[in-house]
Write a protein that binds this ligand. Structure first.
Ligand SMILES: Nc1ncnc2c1ncn2[C@@H]1O[C@H](COP(=O)(O)OP(=O)(O)O)[C@@H](O)[C@H]1O
Ligand SMILES: [Mg+2]
Length: 234
């Protein structure tokens, strides 16, 4: 579905991504773990076209994304659930959801509609006339996920969906991610929460200083305390 080869990204003179190579197979959830500052968000932003890479290749189903604008990349089927949710505080829940809604001609059989998002997250329907800033953190996360789903993506980029949420809400986010995977959606899940990542992902990558330094199954990572300690500070 998605393939990055030796991707290098800079902020000015700062060389942040130093040759990132990773693959998200179709219908799979791949988790990207790593400490603060490892380059996880930069990886997500580079894929989404919000930051330009200088070298390497990024392909979605074989198609080169590198010269495309963010809206073009979105239209090709990549949805983004950004770090910090980025809800519009002075729009209603419904407006937040529908502003990005779009049919995806590449994905006609799995059309996400407002009703389907409300069925997934009933609390959003109950509160659809509330303003974005009246939601709890967990509800805001549901809204951010629902908004991305309404662009009808084939690949979902999720940047730390558990950040700032209580454990019971993190479990619900985990349920949602597993449910979405079961619909056939491919997911790149950036996380700092090891147990959430290992529960939802088929494969785990660890990033450190702008590179992927470890790769394996969730079971292999959970059994490897040395790697957890070295790269995740667990
Ligand atoms: N807009 C920016 N300008 C300059 N440096 C940045 C910018 N955004 C992030 N960085 C730096 O890039 C590195 C990677 O950041 P980021 O990708 O946000 O890491 P992570 O998401 O893994 O915490 C950090 O050293 C951070 O300070
Ligand atoms: Mg980040």
């Amino acid at each position: 579905m998605l393939e990055l080869q030796e991707v290098h990204t800079y902020y000015g003179k700062s060389h942040i991504l130093q040759g990132v190579t990773l693959t998200v197979p179709e219908g799979r959830c791949v988790a990207l773990l790593g400490r603060n500052g490892a380059g996880k968000t930069t990886t997500i932003h580079t894929i989404a076209g919000l930051v330009r890479s200088r070298r390497g290749s990024i392909r979605l189903r074989g198609r080169d994304l590198q010269r495309l604008a963010p809206h073009q990349i979105s239209r090709l089927g990549i949805g983004l659930v950004p770090q910090g949710r980025r809800i519009f505080p002075s729009l209603t829940i419904r407006e937040n959801l529908t502003m990005a809604a779009r049919q995806n001609p590449q994905n006609p059989g799995h059309a996400w509609t407002l009703d389907r998002v409300y069925a997934l997250f009933p609390v959003l329907k109950e509160r659809e006339k509330n303003m974005g800033n009246q939601l709890s953190g967990g509800q805001q996360q549901m809204l951010a996920i629902g908004r991305a789903l309404l662009t009808n993506p084939q690949l979902l980029l999720m940047d730390e969906p558990s950040e700032g949420l209580a454990p019971v809400i993190i479990d619900q986010v985990g349920d949602t991610i597993c449910e979405l995977k079961n619909t056939g959606l491919s997911i790149l899940l950036v996380e700092q929460n090891l147990s959430l990542a290992c529960r939802a992902a088929d494969e785990v990558l660890i990033m450190n200083k702008g590179r992927v330094v470890w790769q394996g199954t969730p079971a292999a990572l959970l059994a490897n305390h040395e790697v957890q300690h070295q790269y995740l500070g667990v």
